[in-house]
Design a protein around this ligand. Structure first.
Ligand code: NAD
Length: 462
């Protein structure tokens, strides 16, 4: 039996500890957080985050071998293994502002671990961190005067929000990196043993510390790069009459390229892609690799362009003004199946529309609460409406910003009757049946496809 602690009970800490608790009934798992409201929510029926399948697992193990608490010191003292899953946002001040990772929460956590410990422990980097962070962590942890020794292990999390539970239960791989010393290798083995309860051993990859830290940044950079690459091609499609869905299919069937992450859209969001690429950019600059830095930075620039140009296209299509017009924004979450709105393209689109003096009505099945908090500075200028039919009533346009499957199943013929005409749909996720919408009477604009409009000469190409 081991006492496992996770510091930081957020989108990563909560689901990962729940799944570990489910598969390791002999271990006692505690997740702690400085945010008391979040811990209270984890202890209640209204969990602080939405993830498909999460509630069932939490209800099955909570109070048995999974506990949530705000008593950080006590649980640090009792723990044998401490996962640290606190946030590592982009630094907003000082050196590296706007790019480097802000490691203050991490460092505070390391100091707190030293202060509250009276036995040696394994400290696991679960947060995404710049490569070589473990070096600094080991120095802070092992400069203690209590004679304690801490092994630092890197175990980056590859789960994707929206499929967090499934990704944890059935991961492509688990990555564990450690120092190449006997003690470092024993620590790696202890973490491998936890995952081996349910993950086939061949899917558990062990590496040195630095490879593990860098692999997480590299994985997110490669994924985001695919999104920006297909979006770059989508822009060219719009100018040439090519259809990005056809292009994506044609290139994605090449097994060297593969079909996934080739869905053109209003851009990627989420708390990780942008910050992790900028973190990589900063690391490259730090090591004097300016060309390498510029290469990766363009992935982020392309994404910002994609969000801004979506709104520019809306304004241009709607007779060069959306001022005073009601726009129904379908989606607030950064992608489907999550309540997370961090870095959501939907909110970027919302803000751009407000700049144009549109009246924005946002609807989303799970993320309205979070959107309301994020948009508090423009409260009063945005309406939050859980019912998409009500959101679209009297609207000039619908903009699809999140690919919730329920948005594709709405009765768009009925919605059309309640809208101002000419009615517009801007499908920023390419999830709707565009020909059908056109037949109903909508003017339809998708990403990377020729527009379907009832006006003449609206497409510069065709
Ligand atoms: N969200 C994802 O999809 C995802 C996936 C893989 C990796 N990651 C990485 O995992 C880390 C956590 O991400 P997240 O999305 O779970 O963030 P989050 O903001 O949802 O959760 C972090 C939690 O840490 C808590 N915290 C901060 N400082 C603390 C301290 N000193 N003591 C105790 N609690 C503290 C915060 O209150 C918060 O609840 C980040 O480094 C992120 O890059 C995230």
């Amino acid at each position: 039996m081991a006492n496992i602690l996770c510091i930081g009970a957020g989108f990563v800490g909560g689901p990962t500890m729940a799944v570990i608790a489910k598969h390791c009934p002999e271990h006692r798992i505690v997740a702690v957080d400085i945010n008391a409201a979040k811990i209270a929510a984890w202890q209640s029926d209204h969990l602080p985050i939405y993830e498909p399948g999460l509630k069932e697992i939490v209800l099955a193990v909570r109070g048995k071998n999974l506990f949530f608490s705000t008593e950080i010191e006590r649980h640090v003292a009792e723990a044998d293994i401490i996962f640290v899953s606190v946030n590592t946002p982009t630094k907003t001040f000082g050196q590296g502002a706007g790019k480097a990772a802000d490691l203050q929460y991490w460092e505070k956590t390391a100091r707190q671990i030293v202060e509250s410990s009276s036995s040696s422990k394994i400290v696991v980097e679960k947060s995404t961190l710049p490569v070589r962070t473990a070096e600094a962590m080991e120095r802070i942890l092992n400069s203690n005067e209590k004679g304690l020794f801490f092994d630092v292990v890197s175990n980056p999390e590859f789960l994707a929000e929206g499929t967090a539970v499934e990704d944890m239960q059935n991961p492509n791989r688990v990555l564990v990196g450690g120092q190449q010393t006997p003690s470092g290798q024993r620590a790696v083995q202890a973490i491998v043993d936890i995952y081996a309860h349910w993950v086939p051993r061949e899917r558990i990859i062990t590496t040195n510390l630095w490879s593990s830290e860098l692999s997480k940044l590299a994985a997110n950079a490669f994924l985001a790069q695919r999104v920006s690459s297909i979006n770059a091609i989508a822009n060219l499609c719009e100018k040439t009459g090519a259809d990005v869905t056809e292009v994506a299919h044609a290139i994605g069937t090449d097994s060297r390229i593969g079909a996934r992450f080739l869905q053109a859209s209003v851009g990627f969001g989420g708390s990780c892609f942008k910050k992790d690429i900028l973190n990589l950019v900063y690391l490259c600059e730090f090591y004097g690799l300016d060309e390498v830095a510029a290469y990766w930075e363009q992935v982020v620039r392309m994404n910002a362009y994609q969000q801004a140009s979506f709104v520019s296209k809306m304004v241009a299509a709607m007779f060069n003004t959306v001022a005073g017009k009601r726009i129904a924004l379908f989606g607030a979450a950064f992608k489907a199946h999550t309540s997370d709105t961090r870095e959501s393209p939907a909110l970027a689109v919302c803000r751009e529309l407000l700049e144009e003096h549109a009246h924005v009505v946002i609807t989303d099945p799970y993320a309205l609460e979070s959107a309301r908090a994020d948009l508090h500075d423009v409260a009063g200028r945005v309406t939050f409406e859980p019912d998409p039919y009500a959101a679209a009533r009297d609207a000039h346009a619908i903009a699809i910003a999140t690919e919730w499957p329920q948005f594709a199943k709405l009765d768009y013929a009925a919605i059309y009757e309640t809208m101002v005409h000419p009615a517009f749909i801007f499908d920023g996720r390419n999830i709707l049946d565009h020909n059908k919408l056109f037949e109903i009477g909508y003017n339809v604009y998708a990403v990377g496809k020729p527009p379907l409009t009832h006006f003449e000469n609206s497409n510069p190409v065709l």
